[in-house]
Design a binder for this molecule. Structure first.
Ligand code: NAP
Length: 262
């Protein structure tokens, strides 16, 4: 039986061109199946990769993902656009390593989902006040813009811009980061990033009216003016990456973030 695949490309003309070339190159060996692909090839940047995963969020057990980057950063992508022919040959060879990464789960009465990079609870113009619990123990009453809870894999994304640490993606855990905490003698908070163990549970309790909750490329605004709870944990749900060539994490870090290293 032939393998099934789908190409998820953004609207960039180069992405569309590469998508067409992939469709032609794979037409005799693979079956295009948007509903139930076993392989999803993302063509674009990291945002495109995240949207590709989101499209199949309920079918992740049966799918492996790989990315070809066109422009911008593409930290989650193994191939650049000019390597697309190499990608096709390696894909047809069929040898690949699979890496899998646990997603972060956010559960609330309003919106619940799983995310590759991070779960966010964030208010922008006026401040959010809520209680932070770790494993049901109250840590602080927080006041500020909110929280970013990143996976190790997502540590290079929003977490990095907030000043958070980069964590090797093989380390299972969550990075709890406060966003713009107001820190004085009434609302004192941790302020440092906290690396949580894989089984730790974060609970936020308060009135979240006007707060955005979500993660990766999706979010929702809470409109209810009542107290509620948001629970964030490392999920057992995983995203699987197919690596058709060796990707060394520290090389990737260097190429992506150290000026002059290509
Ligand atoms: P976007 O605002 O259009 O792009 C955000 C940037 O984050 C892009 O440069 C993207 O890379 C990069 N990125 C995404 N995931 C990454 C990862 N795992 N490692 C390194 N860089 C990564 O948003 P988007 O394209 O819809 O992507 C959503 C993600 O953006 C969220 O998960 C969040 O982490 C991130 N974000 C970052 C900030 C910030 O840094 N201030 C603010 C909001 C959201 P590409 O250029 O390759 O797409």
């Amino acid at each position: 039986m032939k393998n099934t695949y789908f190409v998820y490309a953004n609207s960039n003309p180069l992405s569309q061109e590469i998508k067409e070339k992939i469709l032609v190159s794979l037409k005799d060996d693979y079956v295009l199946d948007e509903e139930n692909p076993s392989l999803v090839i993302s063509v674009g940047g990291d945002g495109t990769f995240l949207r590709a995963v989101r499209k199949y969020i309920d079918k992740l057990d049966n799918i492996v993902f790989t990315g070809i980057k066109t422009g911008k950063l593409g930290f989650l992508c193994d191939f650049s656009s000019d390597e697309y022919q190499t990608f096709i040959s390696l894909l047809k060879d069929g040898k690949c390593n699979i890496s899998s990464h646990r997603l972060v789960s956010l559960k609330s009465p309003y919106f619940s989902s799983y995310f590759v990079n991070e779960a966010r609870v964030e208010k922008i113009f006026d401040t959010l006040t809520c209680d932070l619990y770790i494993n049901d123990e109250k840590i602080e009453t927080f006041r500020g813009n909110g929280f970013n809870v990143a996976t190790s894999l997502g540590s290079t994304a929003y977490n990095r811009s907030l000043g958070g640490p980069l964590i090797h993606p093989d380390i299972e855990g969550l990075i709890l980061g406060e966003i713009a905490p107001i820190n004085h003698n009434v609302y004192g908070s941790i302020t440092s990033f906290v690396l949580l163990r894989k089984d730790d549970k974060i609970t936020l309790k308060g009135n979240f009216k006007g707060t955005f909750i979500g993660g990766d490329t999706v979010y929702q605004t809470i409109n209810d003016d009542i107290n509620s709870e948001i629970v964030i944990t490392l999920s057992d749900k995983k995203v699987q990456f197919a690596h058709f060539k060796e990707m060394r994490y520290y090389d990737k870090l260097k190429m992506s973030y150290v000026k002059g290293s290509k």
